[in-house]
Design a protein around this ligand. Structure first.
Ligand code: PLP
Length: 460
């Protein structure tokens, strides 16, 4: 049969909508109709291209559309088990949220005093409570909050660039995830970018030169601000020269230009291994404003934190872009609860910090219990080399314990696919063609769910 004749045999839209599989679904007819059109379009294309030679029946198409509707309407995103060994995994939602933080979000879900001063009945600020708490916690004169780390960078650079633009070392032109580059984000609001130094070596004199451009070059102007970016996801070695943030700030102060320090991960120091730069250290070094994410080492919700000098933060707060980037009430509630957790004595009792703090003995005990319950051999327990991820401590591993999933003839990628297809999906890491399930990134509360998923794997 030629393809035109096949096309003529495709089920009609109304017959599909009235087929039992679709008619029974309590979903808007217009939505069903949209999906039916899409499915028919795909079938038409497949028939024309010769990828299909048989026209499916009404029920077959209707059932496929019903399956698609079901997939579309399942609650998303779905919870997964993070056994990748990357504790802050951007693809898996970064910092896991604490129960108390989730409670705070729930409390703010209905009507709340977001922008109302209950004492006077007058309009208030959504930052009224968060601002002084975060400022005290971060040791900053003032703090502002936006939707994510990139937005914080964008706001700071746009508001502080001035006519001369922002000077940034070529050695700090970091590309973060998904092809996004710090330099491009910094300039996205119209800030002029002045590149200084070279990829491997930038000297203080390079920054100074950006403030005193060659007078014979009529197009160049003195830079109005410096941007210092933490190399969040790579390290440089060899013939390398870097300017310390404190050195840069000393130069800037003498010349009256502000320094923006993009820290990326925003560590408070407590409960974080390695020597990731802390917010307090960057402020002590003299940065006028630091920017970082709320859902990296701070261990909170997606947010962008800006902390620094009162006058600088006030400029940011009053910039029109601040209104476009402001966080919603759920973010504010979650950040407040996260900040309150940081305020308590001792290491922060947040899921991220609990994962980072888990000692080798407790990880080993969990692994042994899992392996015993599964009847796996003792060799299924291996050393796990976890990383923090999320733009922190590049190249550094946090030792721990991992399970090696017995292959029984299946390749590591086939095993990984099967575990991803489970409910809940389990995400591991493939190393040397073995599938590793790293317990460092998996909260101990998830062990039962992991056990069930692995038992399911044994059955398939
Ligand atoms: C992660 C990161 C950002 C972006 O932060 P988001 O919260 O992901 O928007 C910016 N700069 C650096 C150095 C980072 O590591």
């Amino acid at each position: 049969m030629n393809s035109q004749a096949l096309l003529a045999g495709l089920p009609r839209v109304d017959r599909l909508l009235d087929a039992p599989a679709l008619a029974a679904l309590p979903i808007r007819r217009a939505l069903k109709r949209q999906l039916v059109h899409t499915a028919l379009g795909e079938l038409r294309e497949a028939l024309l291209a010769g990828r299909r030679s048989v026209v499916p029946g009404v029920d077959e198409v209707a059932e496929e559309v019903a399956r698609r509707l079901d997939a579309l309407l399942r609650p998303r995103p779905r919870p997964v088990l993070n056994a990748t060994g990357v504790v802050l995994h951007t693809n898996l939602g970064r910092a896991p949220m604490d129960g108390a933080v989730v409670d705070a979000i729930t409390r703010a879900a209905g009507a709340c005093d977001l922008e109302l001063d209950l004492a006077s009945g007058a309009r208030g600020s959504r930052f009224a409570h968060l601002r002084p708490l975060l400022a005290a916690l971060l040791g900053a004169e003032d703090v502002h909050v936006v939707g994510n780390g990139a937005a914080a960078l964008l706001l700071a650079c746009t508001a502080l660039a001035g006519a001369g633009g922002i000077a940034l070392s070529r050695g700090q032109m970091v590309e973060i995830g998904d092809g996004f580059r710090v330099a491009a984000m910094a300039a996205a609001g119209g800030a002029r970018l002045v590149e200084v130094g070279s990829t491997n070596r930038t000297h203080l004199a390079d920054y100074a030169a950006a403030l005193d451009p060659d007078p014979s070059d009529l197009s160049s102007r003195p830079a109005s601000a410096f941007l210092w970016v933490h190399r969040a996801n790579f390290r440089q070695e060899g013939f390398v020269r870097d300017v310390e943030l404190a050195e840069l700030c000393a130069l800037a102060r003498g010349r009256g230009v502000p320094v923006i320090a993009d820290l990326g991960s925003g560590s408070l120091g407590e409960g974080v291994p390695g020597d990731e730069p802390t917010i307090a250290a960057a402020l002590a070094a003299g940065a006028d404003v630091i920017t970082c994410s709320g859902d990296k080492l701070f261990g909170g919700p997606q947010a962008g934190l800006l902390a620094g000098r009162a006058a600088t933060i006030e400029r940011l707060r009053r910039h029109p872009m601040a209104r476009a980037l402001r966080p919603g009430k759920l973010t504010i509630a979650a950040l407040h609860a996260t900040a309150a957790a940081h305020a308590r004595e001792g290491a922060p009792d947040l899921p991220l910090h609990r994962l980072l703090a888990a000692d080798a003995a407790s990880l080993r005990a969990r692994a042994e219990a899992l392996v015993a319950a599964l009847g796996w051999p003792a060799e299924a327990i291996a050393r796990g080399d976890a990383t923090i991820g999320g733009g922190a401590l590049p190249g550094e591993v946090i030792p721990g314990v991992a399970l090696v999933v017995p292959g029984r003839g299946a390749s590591a990628s086939a095993l990984a696919r099967r575990l991803r297809a489970g409910d809940p999906p389990v995400l591991g890491r493939i190393h040397d063609d073995r599938l590793l399930l790293d317990l460092r990134s998996l909260p101990a509360e998830d062990d039962d769910a992991l056990l069930a998923a692995l038992r399911g794997l044994d059955r398939t």
